[in-house]
Design a protein around this ligand. Structure first.
Ligand SMILES: NC(=O)c1ccc[n+]([C@@H]2O[C@H](COP(=O)([O-])OP(=O)(O)OC[C@H]3O[C@@H](n4cnc5c(N)ncnc54)[C@H](OP(=O)(O)O)[C@@H]3O)[C@@H](O)[C@H]2O)c1
Length: 276
């Protein structure tokens, strides 16, 4: 990565760890990464494993950083941001990875109009296979966007959207999406056991098949619809299963579930932002 901005993480938990580890693995210098947290033992372990400077005071951290990643839980975001007022500079670039919190609410809590990118990562970020949605407010420049893309690319692929409400759609597809695939694997494991396989074998077959299908879909020029057609011989076993899924409105079930996630994301962003 060419950019050598000093990046400060507020919150040293799971997501910050995944991002910092990804950045260092991609060649970003540990001397340009800092982190703050309330938990000193966690900071000590991040320092000894990753070689990064640590802070117990968030304002001290941001005073030595150009880019600030807000990596705390949504419930504490308002108090963390308000605690930074006074240390915030207009040159700072903020990145929020907190689920559900709108850009305007974060800027209000920080005390001004600031360059801020709101992101929605997902849990495969923890194994550097994430899909992250990103929305930039009006003060974010093209150069800022390149910096943010280079940081979030450390945990997977980045997808920019031009309207903030699309972050709720991203939440419904990739944010909550890993759980849908886990549910599918769980259901296939149970189905395999009902057909006589032992649990260990049924589970391993389900997980490996999900991984194989995903790698094929990610690497193929064909879209998933075509890939499915390619493995569905007329009157074969796959066709029998797919017809059974479709008789029970599989596409409609998925559409309803993702709409429920979208509506809940919208509701939560109103609740979480409704704090002075
Ligand atoms: N994990 C995911 O897969 C995922 C996916 C998408 C989005 N996100 C978002 O990523 C953010 C971080 O999630 P996470 O899983 O990394 O959470 P986490 O492991 O709980 O990390 C958050 C860290 O922030 C610390 N913290 C709390 N209050 C603080 C304060 N005032 N100043 C500094 N640090 C403070 C916490 O300490 P304590 O534990 O002592 O409170 C904890 O170490 C969340 O907003 C979440 O919505 C996570």
């Amino acid at each position: 990565m060419q950019n050598k901005s000093v990046i400060g993480f507020i919150g040293a938990g799971n997501m910050a760890y995944a991002l910092i580890k990804g950045l260092i693995n991609n060649g970003y210098g540990a001397e340009n990464i800092k982190v703050s947290d309330l938990d000193e033992s966690l900071l000590n372990s991040r320092n000894s494993e990753l070689g990064i400077d640590t802070f117990t005071n968030n304002s001290d951290l941001i005073s030595v950083c150009d880019v600030i990643v807000l990596a705390v839980k949504p419930q504490v975001m308002s108090s963390v941001c308000k605690g930074l007022q006074g240390a915030v500079k207009s040159s700072h670039l903020f990145i929020s990875i907190a689920a559900g919190i709108r850009a305007n609410d974060i800027c209000r809590w920080l005390g001004g109009d600031l360059a801020l990118v709101r992101t929605m990562p997902n849990t495969p970020a923890l194994v550097q296979q994430g899909a992250t949605g990103l929305f930039a407010n009006d003060l974010v420049s093209e150069e800022h966007k390149q910096i943010v893309t280079s940081i979030l690319s450390a945990i997977g692929d980045c997808f920019w959207v031009g309207e903030e409400k699309l972050i709720d759609a991203i939440t419904a597809i990739s944010g909550s999406g890993p759980a849908y695939f886990f549910l599918m694997m769980q259901s296939m494991t149970q189905a395999g056991m009902a057909l006589g396989l032992d649990e260990k074998t049924a589970s391993a077959l389900s997980v490996k098949t999900a991984l194989g299908a995903s790698v094929m879909a990610a690497n193929s020029d064909d879209d998933p619809k075509q890939l499915r057609a390619n493995v569905t011989s007329p009157n074969g076993t796959t066709q029998a299963a797919v017809e059974s899924f479709q008789d029970q409105n599989f596409e409609g079930i998925v559409a309803n579930a993702t709409r429920a996630a979208y509506d809940r994301a919208h509701e939560l962003s109103i609740q979480l932002g409704d704090v002075d």
